[in-house]
Design a protein around this ligand. Sequence first.
Ligand code: AMP
Ligand code: MG
Length: 345
Amino acid sequence: MLQTEYIKITEDEAGDAALRRAASHLRAGELVVFPTETVYGLGGDGTNAEAAKRIYAAKGRPSDNPLIIHIASPEDAEKYAYTNKTYEKLAKAFMPGPLTVILPRREIIPPSTTGGLDSVAIRCPAHPVARRLIELCGIPIAAPSANLSGKPSPTCAEHVREDLDGRVSMILDGGESEIGLESTIVKIDGERLTLLRPGAVTYDALCMVCEHVTIADAVTHRLAENERPLSPGMKYRHYAPSAPLVLLAGERDHQLAFLKAAQKKEKCAILCYEEEMPYLDGERLLCVGSANDLPTQAHKLFHALRDADTTDADIIYAHLPPMEGLGLALYNRMIRAAAHTVLQL
Ligand code: AMP
Ligand code: MG
């Protein structure tokens, strides 16, 4: 058990001194949790096989599930992967930002970081604390989301503490994650892109930059028992609260009527829209924002799932989001948290 140090990162000398200390921990092969604009990351030296093993152990994550390498500037990708024209186009349009690309791996990144794959996932985060930390390290930082495997990704330092206290050297508190959902992941094959995980860089936005974009089946569908996913992480149950989550589909007023009736007969937590608040009982009620406000819903989803788990609910209900725009990312996370349980009303 480690003594985990918590530090609120401020934009002054003290903040920078803390980041320098964090960087030296990382260079020494230790683990540091840092904020990004998507979710919090559990960082270790991306070029160090031992650090990768520590990350897997701290998360309780299977080691065939590859890690994302975080870089300080888009040009650095070339040091760790074989980039191409398509990468340059994507970098120009979306980096720094919530986009991860998968490219052929260079030798400097060990196979233990990439779950044994010949490819590597790379992202240049936009969050100033993350960028400064990577710059100070001078090495790429391998970082999955800073939650225990199977739990919702953490969007604030308190959630990281719940999961990783005593398992990492430092936790850098940078406030709430702005986006709240993990990065978009695309695999680059020449001029073609495969969307492996939807995020704040949407399918439509990718299509504006690249002509050939396909969405991997596993984004919206359950994989068959023997099917091999393009992205190893897709086969694991994810983002799951402890109580079963059931998603509601169909007419909005049918959904509201169902929820009102459910509150009378069972101990349920509800992830509801702001517009529904006046019509529902306040107990175990968690507002995720206005029905049409997808960015706010994304920002609040993981927090709400964790909050739902702290109630005595036997079941959690939420609305199935639309599959368009940022809705696809919400849909992908929620359908997996619900193990594909959808009630059509
Ligand atoms: P997380 O670090 O929790 O955001 O999850 C990272 C996800 O990125 C993994 O679960 C994989 O699904 C995906 N990933 C990372 N590297 C690769 C790769 N080389 N090929 C395919 N998918 C990858
Ligand atoms: Mg994760």
